[in-house]
Design a protein around this ligand. Structure first.
Ligand code: NMX
Ligand code: MLT
Length: 471
């Protein structure tokens, strides 16, 4: 937040200077500033030294300050509540939900430029915000859209690598394969091989990250078309923005689906650093693995049913409710179905969270989208009923810490409404979006010179001995 404030102060100050009387010198300065204002790389170059200084100061002044006590429960409980990572791009509050560089989702919807005034935020704008801490202008977002389009070419061998897999392979397996094949062109790997100085690591990381973000929609769209649409590839539409073009390449040209995709990609992008995919990407990158290797690893974490795959599980589960009880399922029938799920040793997908303790604001904004565009859709109405029925049952179990819905409880019914009905594909959409968050932080990891991640582990014997001694 402090960063966000200081950066926006800086830009306010600059715009004041820019509007000085029209001395020739000022005009020249204005022109130079204007062209670099549109250049994300130039903006970052300016920001990095001050953030490096900031980190140095935190280390030297507060290095020994304690951030909490580590308990045995934390070690055995998946490190819940243990502060252990630096992640600049977003921060999660258990009750309020995610803030991207200090901005909540409703605030992002207000201030980030849309494809049309009042429209859903453009993911490129979010990328700019995550990287710089500044809310971009429409011109900056348009410049970034253009840059991403120019980086989106996919080498033919990437398609061939995907084609080597059976078409029945899970879409996430195909996606990770595609990302691994993209790695062949990694600028970071090439630069490292040539012996790049560590102070320059962030530059090829920036190159790879922007290219990866630009390329993943085309790879993801290819996988969708390959599995479900006889392999007919749809070329990019150069006139479209990132989210709109992704919907287009998947085969959806309706303006509402394009708006949905802009919102979808924006809200799934980042969820601070401890979630499985972000943490995995960050961990792998800490070994100086390049952004492609790191992001492919992150995708493998996202493909787990307790994480990103939950969006597939939710729609399949909802459809199984409908096939057993019909679309007009009563709340009593729903209760029975939920108990049947729980009694068979499964989780109710789309509910609960490792950190959140209230309804996920990403769920809420998708609900608002549904109320605006598809209020009468029977599956949306079923999702609304689940909001009333599931939490009391999960609370009755007596062990669930958060009975409320998460992001995945809602996304499937929106996609399904617009014709993207193939639930097995949904986690790929999540993955495309997550590239934005993970790669943004990765650039900062390199710029700040964050070290190899290597926490200490212990055995049960060690724990027993240690605890007996300190009892
Ligand atoms: N249905 C049934 N049981 C649940 C649920 C649920 N939705 N949520 C938590 N529990 C159980 C959990 O399995 C655990 O049981 P046990 O002690 O027998 O192992 C117990 O409640 C305590 O778990 P929590 O501490 O509340 O949750 P935790 O932090 O361990 O896990 C999730 C968080 C998200 C993995 C868990 O809530 C879950 O499995 N939810 C369903 C899957 C899902 O929607 N995942 C998507 C999360 C968002 N994302 O995109 O990543
Ligand atoms: C996410 O978006 O990564 C999920 O909500 C999981 C998490 O934050 O742990």
């Amino acid at each position: 937040m402090v960063f966000y404030r200081s950066v926006s102060l800086l830009s306010k100050l600059r715009s004041r200077v820019v509007h000085q009387p029209s001395l020739t010198n000022s005009i020249r300065w204005l022109q130079i500033q204007t062209s670099s204002d549109l250049d994300l790389h130039a903006q970052l170059k300016e920001l990095i030294p001050e953030q490096q200084e900031r980190l140095k100061k935190i280390k030297s002044e507060y290095g020994k300050v304690q951030l909490g006590n580590i308990t045995v429960d934390m070690v055995l409980g998946g490190m819940r509540g243990m502060t252990g990572l630096l992640w600049e791009t977003s921060l999660l509050d258990a009750d309020e939900g995610i803030r991207f560089r200090g901005l909540s989702i409703p605030e992002c919807q207000k201030v980030l430029p849309g494809a049309k005034p009042g429209g859903e935020p453009l993911p490129e704008g979010l990328l700019w915000l995550l990287l710089t801490g500044k809310v971009p202008t429409k011109e900056q977002v348009d410049a970034l859209s253009k840059e991403l389009r120019s980086r989106a070419t996919i080498p033919e061998y990437v398609y061939k690598a995907i084609d080597a897999l059976p078409v029945t392979a899970h879409p996430m397996t195909q996606f990770t394969t595609g990302v691994m094949a993209l790695q062949v062109e990694s600028e970071f790997s090439k630069a490292y091989e040539k012996g790049i100085h560590k102070s320059k690591y962030w530059e090829p990381t920036y190159e790879d990250s922007l290219s990866l973000i630009a390329q993943v929609p085309a790879v993801a769209a290819y996988i969708y078309r390959r599995i479900y649409k006889n392999g007919e590839r749809i070329p990019a539409d150069e006139s479209l923005d990132y989210g709109g073009n992704f919907a287009h390449m998947l085969g959806f040209d309706g303006p509402e689906m394009q708006e949905l995709m802009r919102l979808y990609v924006t809200i799934h992008s980042d969820h601070e650093g401890g979630n499985v995919s972000a943490h995995t990407g960050h961990l792998v990158a800490s070994a100086l693995s390049d952004p492609y290797l790191s992001f492919a690893a992150a995708l493998n974490g996202l493909a787990g049913p307790l994480h990103g795959l939950a969006n597939q599980e939710v729609l399949m589960w909802i459809k199984s409710v409908v096939s057993e009880c019909g679309e007009d399922v009563t709340k009593d029938q729903l209760k029975d179905y939920i108990w049947k799920t729980l009694n068979s040793g499964k989780v109710v997908p789309g509910f609960g969270h490792g950190v959140l303790r209230k309804t996920d604001p990403r769920y809420t904004c998708q609900r608002e989208f549904a109320l605006k565009h598809l209020p009468d859709d029977p599956l949306f109405q079923l999702v609304s009923k689940l909001y009333d029925v599931v939490p009391p049952i999960l609370l009755e179990l007596g062990k669930v810490k958060n009975p409320w819905p998460n992001v995945d409880a809602h996304s499937g019914v929106l996609l399904n409404y617009y014709g993207l009905t193939e639930a097995r594909y949904y986690t790929v959409l999540f993955g495309v979006s997550r590239a934005i968050g993970i790669c943004s932080q990765l650039i900062w990891d390199r710029a700040l010179g964050l070290p190899l991640e290597r926490p200490k582990s212990v055995t049960m014997e060690w724990l027993e001995k240690h605890c007996k001694k300190s009892a």
